[in-house]
Ligand binder design. Sequence first.
Ligand code: TXA
Ligand code: MG
Length: 327
Amino acid sequence: MSPSQFLSQCTASAISDAAQVLANGGLVAFPTETVYGLGADANNADAVARIYEVKGRPSDHPLIVHIASMQQMGQWSDEIPEFAIDLARDFWPGPMTLILKRSDLAKDFITGGQNTVGVRIPNHVVALALLEAAEKVGIQGIAAPSANRFGQLSPTTAAAVQVELGAFMKDADLVIDGGTSAVGVESTIIDCTGDIPRVLRPGAITDEMIVESTGLQLRTHNAREEEIRVSGSLENHYAPIATVILDQQPVAGQGFIALANISTPEGVSRLAAPADNDEFAHLLYAALRDGDIKGLSHIVVTQPVGSGIAVAIRDRLMRAANSSETA
Ligand code: TXA
Ligand code: MG
């Protein structure tokens, strides 16, 4: 049993209690449409320091500030380009994080010492209710990374949060159960500090959607160069314990994840058979976790092809497979 409280009845009074936990400097793990986040008051240095402790994450990694409204966006950044406003109007609340030049409100303990800040309005009734209740008690944003130990898979259920972090949270902290995250992979991160948008992490808001919304082309980049240039770079592993192998024929005793139209060879443990790419994203992390629970040493994944959310799925799978190689 973990010491933190587990909240599955998301009543109005439960949500305002959770906001009070944040106001008292506690941590609240909460559902979003992408993955679960581990939240703290983004203006409370001690509370934010506890996020790093509980995650076991290096403290120079910047955190995303979750906000309730476009007005709050203007509190965290006083230099917002037109194209960022277009994106916010089109895709918030939603699975998109905008990197903006920071205002004085965004301190080094949020930005990892960079002069930029990441902000996002999540699209989940519980997350939005929590953000609004938090705003009422004076909280201007909730800093929240994915609610997993550093380098592990992001949780898409409250139960997975308990497995990841339960042992590291305190009595006064809270985990809110808001069901399974609909999208299943982390938000698209878009750097809005240049004259055109640049995608730092692919997600459900795709390149095509960004181009359509802004009328601008995207700045392209070499992924390796990116990792070196963005200090506090994106985590380069989203990995289960099992070794992840991509696009090979699975053999008996191995786990297997592939679209439903691909059959399961004899003796192979099928972990997911999604009907389409959206369902693939939705099921992926839970299926990889399931492979670990079953004690499988290898999980083979047949990657989805094409554009859209498939790009984000392949990005996470490539990282999972790489960290298998270097583990
Ligand atoms: O979907 C999501 O984005 C989830 C949910 C909880 O909102 N959050 C999430 O946070 O994935 P996290 O911390 O696990 O991943 C955010 C990534 C980190 O790799 C961090 O380095 C990067 O975003 N990031 C945050 N602020 C940044 C900034 N100012 N500049 C560049 N990268 C930034
Ligand atoms: Mg993360």
